[in-house]
Design a protein around this ligand. Structure first.
Ligand SMILES: [Fe+2]
Length: 155
């Protein structure tokens, strides 16, 4: 599965140099810990995590797999996402969820469409492996409390 998107500011301009962090479960729904993990996040977030930095057109891209459902829990598949704005702030944005996920409820779908950083509702493009590539664009700071204050302090 390819996860890609464009990061824009609140005026719609693409922003370079933004770090996007993503992590998710393996295909069985497990956050499998890193061996000799260097910190608590490396243990809790598991092996399937990575960082990308946006290019001059604001683009980022991950090549990964589609996460599985948590075992014994009725939760939709999801990819956790964080944004790191160097010199300013870091915050989570709405997770990616998948429109074709049978466990995604209508309230969860509506929440994802209006989530922090813009819509996290992915519309997978069917591919030969059945994984489907997804887009997750991001509007910096959208719906993030105290974001404007952080920007004023770190322009
Ligand atoms: Fe999770």
């Amino acid at each position: 599965m390819v996860v890609e998107g464009v990061v824009r500011d609140g005026h719609g301009a693409a922003v370079a140099g933004i770090i996007v962090y993503a992590y998710h479960t393996d295909a069985k729904g497990i956050y499998r810990p890193l061996k000799n993990a260097p910190g608590i996040s490396a243990r809790r977030h598991g092996q399937l995590r990575g960082w990308a930095i946006t290019d001059s057109l604001g683009r980022y891209r991950f090549i990964t797999i589609r996460p599985g459902h948590y075992p014994q829990r009725n939760a939709p598949r999801h990819v956790h996402m964080h944004v790191i704005e160097p010199g300013c702030c870091t915050y989570y944005i709405g997770s990616i969820v998948f429109r074709d996920d049978p466990l995604l409820t209508d309230p969860e779908r509506r929440k994802a469409e209006a989530d922090r950083g813009g819509s996290g509702l992915a519309r997978p493009t069917p591919d030969a492996n059945g994984a489907g590539d997804v887009r997750r664009d991001n509007i910096l700071g959208a719906g993030v409390p105290s974001y404007d204050e952080a920007r004023r302090r770190h322009p």
